[in-house]
Design a protein around this ligand. Structure first.
Ligand SMILES: Cc1cc2nc3c(=O)[nH]c(=O)nc-3n(C[C@H](O)[C@H](O)[C@H](O)COP(=O)(O)OP(=O)(O)OC[C@H]3O[C@@H](n4cnc5c(N)ncnc54)[C@H](O)[C@@H]3O)c2cc1C
Length: 351
């Protein structure tokens, strides 16, 4: 089989990059051994332009957020599925000081395109919002699991995906350029394999800083079309269930799903809503492929011209991957280096 690019991993990174390459006329093949606890398969898929305890605009929001909805809509059209849910995010104010701060923010030009409304009175029954809250727009969530499954079927039908474990020892780098792997010839291989890149002889030096996360699916006797976010997020799902999460633990990476994680999420949820919490129907966990400086890893291996990486999307893969897939396309096809903040050459000194 002759292709332009061989991608290792069909999580969110492999899915987004391969779609970008196909849209631009390149031939791809992906290898993936689907893993139920992979970061992409458990993620809530939230994209939120204003994040963090201090509510700051997310890094490069003005650049990244233009790309998100058109990109995932193009995948929805291709696959004839729904997986992108555009929803406002309501964030209750904690106190009057926060309310005042947001009243001030509301006139600042950098926030204008992300602010739908500011409320100084309680808005949603059953939500603890005595000081009102802020309603954000250009936000929502991507049902990543539905996307990955539908895209995998689409790729398989076209013989562009092999569901098998990739064994790096079988990868042959050809002298004149290009790679060979079990009957596949490609100009280059791209590691889109999340935390597994740490095990690669080519990329083990990259400073990943993995973060374990847990997330619940619960029943609630409550109707809203907004995502509520304060301490935890509460995402209304189409079937009447809610996703709630998530935890962040960069010390204990081994516990999988834990009673401690579940208790932490439920306690934060009790601080957010005035409702009895129904059945917890799912309790999932995964390891986010986060990086020490919280920026993705894009680039070409410093020695091997045919080996690349597109990875390190941490807690924000849904918002980062579409825009950076264009920078990766430009590197792979035109040799144009990605911007410094995400380029793996920022870590060449560690090799
Ligand atoms: C609890 C939790 C909540 C999250 N919530 C959000 C959120 O709300 N919004 C957001 O944007 N992000 C969220 N994330 C982060 C998001 O999941 C990641 O940014 C993104 O999905 C990473 O995708 P990836 O493709 O790089 O890695 P992965 O999802 O890890 O995919 C790597 C793929 O490579 C495959 N693979 C690995 N090794 C091999 C091998 N040897 N052979 C074959 N295949 C292999 C794996 O099976 C997998 O399919 C969350 C993560 C967690 C854990």
């Amino acid at each position: 089989m002759e292709v332009d690019f061989l991608l290792i991993g069909q999580g969110l990174a492999g899915t987004v990059l391969s779609h970008r390459l196909l849209q631009n006329g390149y031939r791809v093949h992906l290898l993936d051994d689907p893993e139920p606890n992979s970061s992409s398969r458990v993620a809530a898929g939230l994209y939120n332009p204003v994040t963090g305890r201090k509510m700051v605009k997310t890094w490069e929001a003005d650049t990244l957020f233009h790309e998100i909805e058109p990109f995932y809509s193009s995948l929805e059209n291709l696959l004839d599925i729904s997986c992108l849910y555009r929803k406002s995010i309501y964030r209750p104010f904690l106190n009057i000081e926060e309310q005042n701060e947001w009243m001030g923010n509301s006139s600042r030009p950098e926030f204008l395109s992300y602010l739908e409304s500011i409320y100084t009175e309680p808005q949603i029954d059953c939500v603890k919002d005595p000081f009102g809250g802020v309603l954000l727009k250009k936000s929502g969530y991507l049902d990543i699991k539905t996307l990955l499954d539908a895209y995998a079927s689409w790729l398989r039908e076209r013989k562009m995906l092999t569901n098998r474990v990739y064994d790096e020892k079988a990868l042959h780098l050809k002298n004149g350029g290009g790679v060979h792997y079990e009957g596949i010839n490609a100009q280059a291989v791209v590691y889109t394999n999340g935390m597994a890149a740490k095990e690669s002889t080519y990329f083990s030096w990259l400073p990943f800083s993995p973060v374990r996360g847990e997330i619940l699916t619960i029943d609630l006797d409550f109707q809203t079309n907004k995502i509520i976010n304060r301490g935890v997020f509460l995402i209304p799902l189409p079937g009447g269930h809610y996703k709630v999460g998530s935890t962040y633990d960069n010390i204990d990476l081994a516990s999988g799903r834990s009673e401690k994680g579940k208790a932490e999420i439920l306690e934060k949820l009790e601080n957010l809503i005035n409702l009895p919490i129904g059945l917890v129907s799912m309790h999932e966990w995964g390891i986010r492929p986060a990086t020490r400086d919280r920026k993705p890893f894009l680039g070409k291996h410093p020695v091997h011209d045919q080996v690349y990486v597109f990875n390190g999307f941490g807690a924000k893969g849904v918002s980062l991957a579409p825009y950076f897939s264009t920078e990766m396309l430009n590197l792979l096809t035109l040799g144009k280096e990605p911007q410094k903040a995400v380029n793996i050459n920022r870590f060449f000194k560690y090799i």
